[in-house]
Unconditional design. Structure first.
Length: 483
């Protein structure tokens, strides 16, 4: 993970994580074993699913977690409301010796995940589990949001290449790099972000800007100059002045290229009626014997606009999607949360923990949770959340807490796979990081297995996610006990 602000990122956290950590240390419970889960309550963008992303950079952050001298000096200078130090020297010396040694189980990048299901489970000393909350949510929430948006855009494109062009509108350096990485996991074919290409091995693509055309006395001169400079990358942006004239000028430049043994790669449309203009561009290019030249389009595209353009018969081969992909419009953030769900007591016994709320959707679930995805043939049919600390005996049964589906009895022979897989044990990775292309392939495979009704932009139904019946009963009892 790039670290543009220095070698230590331990202070990438909210202050209250550190004040709670100090409180745990002071009360003598810092080393008590705990379990936390990261999950979201509602799928983004009005859809049915999200795409897990951000795990590899999160693991890299965890492996580098340490409080260096500069960090501790800064914390020593913080004061409370009375002007006195917020943290005593003894606690800062504890942080100096801190070594992260939690267990992490998580959904692999490129996995489909659904509301209420843990994307990640952290088990270890209470203080350490608490300290990592903010950074884990920051990294994984954003990349999951963008990977989900990218997957939706690529589904709408129906197999046409989608290029991520959002760097100039992204939320700073970190946002731009993270968006490019996540968009590639979500299915984008390439990015305009050259630094992301270097750091992550993502293919880079680009054309030229309107300013290139405006820097010359006329458009034909600009296209000819570009062809001389980059004869192997001639995709002309044709709408600087008049799109139809721009197409004529691009074709003329393409003919000169062909005389020199080169070919016109394509044209790009960036404004106007993209459906009508792309059809006109296809006609003009074909009539001029440039049937292999592609037509790319940009201009505030997203999954809904792409679907609408394809429904109108647009002749667009490649979709360049920028702002609305890189910032996750119209959602802005994944509502991922991180909740304590189990804690050992002084005698070493596990005790479930819940957050109760008048809003039932905000009630958390106790235990050490795992998700089973059940399949029939090649199709994913439903998920079941259960507690590894108290797995059911006999026939497993699932209950929908929202009452949208009838209780589900699960046959012993029903095939399944676990969503959460071991990633770290005692802070050490169990395997090398997975290549981004493997994460992309995982997503394609899982989308192929997801029934079509759940892949639609505005899914009419939600993928069935059941709670194991005993787990749901324990949650209800625990919530009632907290009243």
């Amino acid at each position: 993970m790039p670290a543009p602000y220095g070698p230590s990122l331990a202070l990438l956290t909210d202050l209250y994580q550190l004040t709670m950590a100090y409180g745990y240390w002071r009360e003598g419970i810092a080393e008590r074993e705990a379990v936390f889960h990261h999950y979201f309550r509602r799928a983004p963008f009005g859809g049915a699913f999200a795409v897990a992303a951000g795990l590899a950079p999160a693991v890299e952050w965890l492996r580098e977690l340490r409080f260096d001298a500069d960090d501790r000096d800064y914390l020593a200078a913080l004061t409370g409301a009375d002007g006195k130090p917020l943290f005593p020297g003894e606690f800062l010396r504890y942080l100096a010796a801190l070594e992260f040694h939690c267990d992490l189980d998580a959904a692999a990048e490129g996995s489909l995940v659904f509301p209420q299901e843990p994307l990640a489970r952290v088990r270890g000393p209470l203080l350490q589990c608490q300290l990592i909350e903010t950074a884990l949510l920051n990294i994984v929430n954003f990349q999951t949001l963008i990977a989900t948006k990218a997957a939706r855009v690529c589904l709408a494109a129906g197999g046409d290449p989608v290029l991520e062009f959002g760097l100039r509108r992204a939320q700073g350096i970190d946002g731009g790099l993270s968006a490019s990485r996540a968009a590639y996991i979500g299915g984008c074919a390439a990015t305009s972000n050259v630094l992301a290409g270097k750091l992550f091995g993502i293919p880079v693509r680009g054309t030229h800007a309107h300013s290139w055309v405006m820097a010359f006395d006329n458009e034909p001169e600009a296209f000819d100059a570009y062809a001389r400079a980059l004869p192997n990358n001639c995709i002309f942006l044709v709408d600087t002045y008049d799109t139809r004239k721009g197409l004529e000028h691009a074709i003329a430049a393409g003919k000169k290229l062909r005389e020199r043994g080169r070919e016109l790669v394509g044209v790009r449309l960036d404004s106007g009626d993209l459906a009508a203009l792309s059809s006109e561009a296809r006609r003009m290019l074909d009539e001029a014997d440039f049937g292999e030249a592609s037509i790319a389009a940009s201009n505030d595209l997203d999954e809904r606009r792409i679907a609408a353009l394809k429904a109108r018969g647009a002749r667009i081969d490649t979709w360049a999607v920028g702002t609305r992909l890189a910032v996750g419009a119209d959602e802005g953030a994944l509502g991922g949360v991180y909740k304590l769900s189990a804690l050992r007591d002084a005698a070493g016994a596990w005790r479930g923990r819940v957050k109760r709320s008048e809003d039932g959707a905000k009630e958390s679930t106790p235990g050490m949770l795992q998700v089973r995805r059940y399949v029939e043939g090649t199709r994913a049919v439903f998920d079941l959340i259960y507690d590894e600390l108290q797995p059911p005996g006999g026939v497993w049964q699932g209950t929908d807490p929202e009452g949208r589906a009838a209780d589900r009895r699960i046959a012993p022979q029903q095939k399944y796979e676990n969503l959460l897989a071991p990633v770290l044990r005692q802070g050490a990775p169990l395997a090398a990081p997975v290549a981004l292309d493997e994460s992309r392939a995982r997503l394609r495979s899982q989308l192929d297995r997801l029934p079509a009704e759940f892949r639609r932009p505005d899914a009419p139904a939600k993928f069935p996610v059941f709670f194991e019946r005993g787990l749901l009963a324990r949650r209800k009892r625990r919530v009632k006990a907290e009243e």
